[in-house]
Write a protein that binds this ligand. Structure first.
Ligand code: G6P
Length: 372
């Protein structure tokens, strides 16, 4: 009903707008005196967390992309190998697991059957399990050794938005907790990263306040038949998520690629007028990445692509080669995905509405897939 939507024209619009709050509430009470405090993880003693040799993140859909983002952060901070796998692929390949493997499932609903079966399987094999979940008392948390809830609030629109940023926030908290316990980050580095995490809600507000340009772009592009998305490092899963949102909401053929993979195939798709979104890493981050992405942009532009760059405020290097630039606030590299995803969500949502589609309930999709 209109009342449930709180005055918004769709749940999707409401949930996209609630993202700053989704992250803020997920962090609330969990950062105390510059330390991560997660009482829900008490059953995992520090000794046990130090003994973990490998982490496998399992999920489906958008939640799996949250896992892909978190892989970069957890490995960098806690120096433990992290792999990400789709629940249904994990379950049926007889993965090698033992008590030193931690399996972290990510699920908004906590009811996705493929993920539930994968968690059960992991436990049978002796792995330890943690659930990142947005729904109190759902089945997956009940079947896990521990749960860290995301506090995004109920997500009604079928395609996931605010749960995604909340999942990344929860996984980052976990990664920073693990780093402190394992002694892999200095107190100063830990404090810096926590400050970055706590600054995310305010930066998300700033991204949302700048969404007019994205709306305009979606209206101009309402007839588009195919869109490509490129990113590197943490921008790569964001490219995949941008493509998924466009498929789900606007029924447009879309593909996300790792920008470095362009020359190994996807560049053959570029023809004059092909729209390509590029998630540009900060020039202040890894010195190696930014120029590589700028040169990817030049390569596709030379072949006629229409380039829409998502780039940090003040990054002038992209200006000569981009047809459109969507700006995000300055953030440390690992925190950029939380901001860069928003214009992509809004683009898909606005395009769906421009096409007159049901943005909350796209055809053929279910909010929670409870069959294998
Ligand atoms: C469905 C939804 C997606 C969601 C996926 C995983 O396919 O349409 O938006 O990402 O399930 O759902 P979960 O509840 O496990 O996060």
């Amino acid at each position: 009903s209109a009342a449930e939507k709180g005055g918004w024209s769709s749940f999707m619009r409401k949930e996209v707008a609630e993202q700053p709050e989704a992250v803020a509430k997920t962090l609330l009470g969990r950062v105390v005196d510059g330390r991560v405090v997660i009482p829900e993880l008490e059953s995992f003693g520090d000794e046990e967390l130090r003994g973990i040799r490998r982490i496998t993140l399992i999920a489906c859909g958008t939640a799996a992309y949250a896992g892909m983002v978190a892989k970069y952060a957890i490995e960098q901070w806690a120096r433990v190998p992290v792999e990400v796998e789709l629940s249904h692929e994990f379950r049926y390949r007889e993965p090698v697991l033992d008590e030193h493997t931690l399996v972290v499932s990510i699920s908004q609903s906590g009811e996705t059957m493929d993920t539930l079966m994968a968690v059960k399987y992991a436990r049978e094999q002796g792995a330890r399990t943690i659930s990142i979940c947005n729904t109190q008392g759902a089945t997956i948390p009940r079947e896990s050794d521990a749960v860290v809830y995301t506090h995004a609030g109920p997500e009604v629109a079928v395609a996931s938005t605010k749960a995604f940023v909340a999942q990344i926030a929860a996984l980052y908290l976990f990664g920073l907790h693990l780093a402190r316990v394992r002694g892999t980050l200095s107190a100063e580095a830990l404090a810096d990263q926590l400050a970055e995490l706590q600054a995310v809600p305010e930066k998300l507000e700033a991204v949302l306040a700048e969404s007019e340009k994205v709306t305009q772009l979606a209206h101009w592009m309402a007839d588009t038949r195919s869109v490509l998305f490129l990113g590197r490092h943490v921008g790569y899963p964001i490219a995949l998520e941008g493509a998924l949102k466009l498929k789900e909401l606007a029924y447009i053929h879309a593909e996300g690629f790792a920008a470095g993979e362009l020359k190994h195939g996807p560049i053959a798709l570029i023809e004059p007028g092909q729209p390509v979104f590029v998630v540009v890493p900060s020039p202040r981050g890894s010195a190696a990445l930014h120029p590589k992405v700028v040169s990817n942009i030049q390569e596709i532009r030379a072949r006629g692509a229409r380039v829409i760059a998502i780039a940090e405020e003040g990054d002038a290097a992209v200006l000569p080669f981009a047809d459109e630039v969507l700006r995000i606030p300055l953030a440390a590299p690992l925190f950029e995905p939380l901001l860069a995803v928003v214009p992509l969500q809004i683009f898909a949502m606005e395009l769906s509405q421009a096409k007159g589609l049901d943005v909350d309930q796209p055809r053929n999709l279910a909010k929670s897939v409870t069959v294998e």
